[in-house]
Design a protein around this ligand. Structure first.
Ligand code: COA
Length: 161
């Protein structure tokens, strides 16, 4: 049985992240979306809110039982070990992502040599999406319909306007 962890801060989750998750579902038997507490970032949404938004989105998806959402507040490699997962999945949007992702995967490999990181290139239409940009566009009254699902848009409007 192949299992993969897709980690991120997801503050909030965007269509770019969802694209990676849906493609991962066709490649692996089980996908665990690991939502980082986010010690390294000042988040707009609490961990509970970010988990709730993702759970609402995946409810009713075909193959829903193969995806789960978990919060974590420890090293990613420790989370992987706790869940007996040896593969971390990350999306790559542009060359600019590569340097950071290469460093992250190198550190994780050093911490736990058995755990591998795999990269999926973002679909072209999602190359420019980031959670920060979506928040900025929303804050400035721009249209975010193409970047996030309806429930995430509603939460962003509640928080930012
Ligand atoms: N589509 C759209 N946006 C994407 C994307 C995609 N496919 N892939 C990444 N992004 C964006 C995110 O929206 C986010 O945008 P923002 O910076 O504007 O908020 C940015 O890229 C990166 O975010 P994310 O993918 O959530 O990663 P991260 O850098 O916030 O977090 C963790 C990375 C959580 C995996 C890492 O910090 C971690 O493992 N933390 C746990 C503690 C740990 O183990 N630390 C040691 C690590 S070596």
């Amino acid at each position: 049985m192949s299992r993969v962890v897709y980690p991120g801060t997801f503050d909030p989750i965007t269509n770019g992240h969802l694209d990676i998750i849906q493609r991962a579902m066709s490649l692996f038997d089980e996908v665990i979306i690991a939502v980082a507490q986010g010690q390294h970032k000042q988040t707009l949404f609490s961990l509970e809110q970010r988990l709730q938004m993702i759970e609402t989105i995946i409810q009713g998806w075909p193959g829903e039982s193969c995806v789960s959402v978990r919060g974590f507040d420890c090293l990613l490699v420790d989370f992987c070990q706790q869940h007996q997962v040896k593969i971390i999945l990350r999306g790559l949007r542009a060359v600019s992502d590569f340097e950071y992702e290469f460093q992250l995967s190198g550190m994780n490999k050093n911490l736990h040599p058995e755990i591998e990181t795999l990269f999926l290139p973002a679909t072209e239409k999602n190359h420019f999406i980031s959670s920060s940009l979506v928040k900025e566009v929303c804050r400035m009254h721009g249209d975010i319909d193409n970047f996030v699902p309806a429930n995430v848009k509603a939460e962003l409007l509640r928080k930012l306007r």
